[in-house]
Design a protein around this ligand. Structure first.
Ligand code: AMP
Ligand code: GLY
Length: 420
């Protein structure tokens, strides 16, 4: 079987790594991929946003299954393009992907389907939004409607912060069209968790839980990022909560989308706040969480290809998924300044010695030049490991990190060591 993975981050490297363990797979392509994948996959020089060219390539090479990493490709309709040509692909259609690409749609969908989420109001005028916050209680949360790379959400402690967020999103158009509408929602208190389930449109198979660390700096300070680390399982999970999430969130979402003619095939990822009164949805995503999927895949014992193919074909019936009972963690090594401004082109040292410490290192913003790796983005490397205790897993990871260096390297020292 030939499989193509679309995307170039740590998530996609972890997918390529896991897919490469399948006995069913003879060849893996990654488009565009990254330097870290080159021993496992043939890199294809097509951007993840170039959906037509990707479909042409899949057709020419007789690729049996394409797996999509980034939300942008899904929002651009890559699945629709592939399906039109009868090419098998894992991921939701453009219509179904709206549950991530429009927060306004997602919130209204949740309200309609009685899925627990924070109370909210939608505005398409900045004047009305600012008027509303004059009499609102704080803290509250201002969110740009569309995709903003995880940066379009502002938790505001007072009127001034909220006004500034509305200004940045709607008047300065920092996120372009994504900021034509804003959602203003109630602030929820609790602990966050990432919950992913693979669906074929009718059934849903949950993955084990995880938790990411979104803030840039230790003790959850600094700006929100795509994620600076993750652990699996989420510390607050138990059987009751797990069942409750499936019953009140995942199944109603899959059924509700099907009812609206947006049948969802792919991975539905609910970003949750576990409050005193139960789990609430902060957001839905339509792809694997990054970095969360990395520690999750480290614990997957089953063949992931069966799962991905079953979902793509609308036939997830009877696919058992086995998990390693160990726990796992992941720490992101980033360029200083991420998620704002950062420098690139720095030589990365010590990767081999770090790997010899029994960790997996998934690449994100790296580039191979003349036999060495150089930085080419904000999040550079993901160092991951499993062990019988979280302490042990994190020790393995941090010990391995001590061998890695590049100019302006930064990472959080507290992943897994405290709960959010
Ligand atoms: P989102 O992209 O919607 O998941 O939001 C990014 C981050 O903002 C979340 O991971 C939370 O830390 C925070 N957040 C979003 N919505 C809320 C909310 N209603 N209450 C408290 N924190 C929130
Ligand atoms: N780590 C958060 C995300 O993938 O959206």
């Amino acid at each position: 079987m030939k499989i193509m993975v679309v995307g170039s981050g740590g998530r996609e490297h972890a997918l390529v790594w896991k897919i490469s363990q399948s006995k069913r797979v003879t060849k893996i392509y990654a488009a565009p991929g990254n330097g870290g994948m080159k021993d496992l996959a043939e890199l294809v020089d097509i951007k993840a946003s170039n959906t037509v060219e990707l479909a042409d390539f899949a057709q020419e090479e007789n690729i049996d299954l394409t797996v999509v990493g980034p939300e942008m490709s899904l929002a651009l309709g890559i699945v629709d393009e592939f399906r039109r040509r009868n090419l098998k692909i894992f991921g939701p259609t453009q219509k179904a992907a709206t549950i991530e690409s429009s927060k306004v749609f997602a919130k209204e969908f949740m309200r309609k389907n009685s899925i627990p989420t924070a109370g909210f109001q939608v505005f398409d005028s900045s004047l009305e939004a600012i008027n509303y916050i004059r009499s609102a209680s704080f803290p509250l949360v201002v969110k740009a409607d569309g995709l903003a790379g995880g940066k379009g959400v502002f938790v505001c402690r007072n009127f001034e912060e909220a006004e500034e967020s509305i200004r940045v999103i709607m008047l300065e158009s920092k996120f372009g069209q994504s900021g034509e509408q804003v959602v203003i929602e109630e602030f929820l208190e609790g602990r966050e968790m990432s919950f992913m389930a693979v669906s074929d449109g009718k059934r849903a198979i949950p993955l084990i839980t995880s938790m990411d660390y979104k803030r840039a700096f230790e003790n959850d300070q600094g700006p929100n990022t795509g994620g600076m680390g993750a652990i699996s399982p989420a510390p607050q999970i138990n059987t009751n909560l797990f069942d409750n999430i499936m019953k009140t969130i995942i199944y109603p979402a899959i059924e509700g989308l099907k009812f609206e003619g947006k049948e969802f095939r792919g991975v539905l990822y609910a970003g949750l706040m576990i409050t005193k009164t139960g789990p609430y949805v902060l957001e839905f995503n339509v792809r694997f969480g990054d970095p969360e999927v990395q520690p999750v895949l480290l614990r997957m014992e089953s063949d992931i290809v069966d799962l991905l193919e079953g979902a793509a074909e609308g036939n997830l019936f009877d696919i058992p998924v086995e998990w390693d009972q160990n726990v796992s963690g992941c720490v992101v090594l980033a360029s200083k300044g991420y998620p704002l401004k950062y420098e690139t082109g720095k030589k990365i040292n010590g990767l081999e010695r770090a790997k010899a410490m029994g960790v997996e290192i998934f690449h994100a913003g790296t580039q191979m030049k003349g036999g060495g790796y150089y930085t080419s983005g904000g999040r550079i490397l993901n160092v991951c490991a499993t062990a019988s205790s979280l302490e042990e897993a994190m020790k393995k990871i941090y010990d391995a990190i001590s061998f890695v260096s590049f100019d302006n390297m930064t990472f959080r020292q507290d992943i897994g060591r405290k709960s959010k």
